[in-house]
Design a protein around this ligand. Structure first.
Ligand code: NDP
Length: 247
């Protein structure tokens, strides 16, 4: 598999869950991969070891996506070391659930800053570089929550709905410059994030076609498709990967 041989891919939150599977998918396809993370050094070390097994250039870098200057510095470092990024996957995300009437401004702010401001900062840097260097692809990791809006997730649903808006606007703005911007909207996926979701097993059993959660690799395959040349005529799209959860 060599679909990503000439690519330099940045995957935010690439050290756990879906992001880690995406980073491995690109490395398996021969791409240069930079997986970023926030705080969990042990997960970063494990990912560094896993990526080192692929015969391609890989790196794991700490970068808080909520920090505008840190994001700019990370893009600069990547460009210096590996060349300009051709693929960005805005995957880093957090959940901080609570009923609306009890949700604190801090809960609201943390989720919006990570899930929406972060992708804006990263897309802004990526687009500036891709505009100078002949194009690229951005894939945003949204969620079924953007459309369904589960109770207790006002901040999360708003952040992911905002991310879909960002996806569509950026696709229109950048499409003429050979930059495609798409999103995936995963359903329940087997990662650490699910620990924060009460009673998801019942929902999965009742509402998905096969009655099981998705694997990070199944989401990574959809992201890889959108980032690949196979999706050359797909732009501004939101691809649901949810086993019919919202169908
Ligand atoms: P995980 O919790 O397993 O992984 C999250 C990753 O994001 C980690 O690498 C984490 O780094 C990183 N991260 C968190 N905050 C920041 C930050 N401020 N700056 C940089 N990196 C950060 O989550 P998932 O793999 O489940 O989720 C990945 C994406 O998929 C998220 O956007 C999530 O909303 C979305 N999603 C997930 C679903 C699911 O069911 N799992 C369903 C729908 C969407 P560190 O470990 O260092 O904190």
């Amino acid at each position: 598999m060599a679909a990503f041989r000439d690519e330099v891919a940045i995957v935010t939150g690439g050290t756990r869950g879906i992001g880690r599977a995406v980073a491995e998918r690109f490395a398996d396809g021969g791409g240069t991969v930079i997986a970023t993370y926030h705080a969990d050094d042990e997960a970063a070390d494990r990912t560094r070891d896993a990526l080192a097994a692929y015969p391609t250039e890989t790196a794991v870098e700490r970068c808080d996506v909520t920090d505008f200057d840190a994001v700019a510095a990370m893009f600069e470092t990547v460009t210096e070391r590996y060349g300009p990024p051709t693929i960005l996957v805005n995957n880093a995300g957090v959940m901080d659930n609570g009923l609306l009437v009890r949700m604190t401004p801090e809960q609201w702010r943390r989720v919006l800053e990570t899930n929406l401001f972060g992708p804006f900062y990263c897309t802004r840097e990526a687009a500036r570089s891709m505009l100078r260097n002949g194009g690229g692809r951005v894939v945003n990791v949204a969620s079924v929550a953007a459309r369904r809006g589960w109770a207790g997730q006002a901040n999360y649903a708003a952040s992911k709905a905002g991310l879909i808006g960002l996806t569509r606007a950026a696709a229109r703005e950048l499409g003429g410059k050979d930059i495609r911007v798409n999103a995936v909207a995963p359903g329940y996926t087997d990662t650490g994030l699910l620990e924060d979701v009460a009673d998801y097993e019942t929902l999965v059993e009742d509402r998905t076609a096969s009655g099981r959660v998705g694997t990070p690799e199944e989401i990574a395959d959809a992201i890889a498709f959108l980032a690949s040349d196979a999706a050359s005529y797909v732009n501004g799209e939101v691809l649901r990967v949810d086993d019919g959860l919202l169908g």
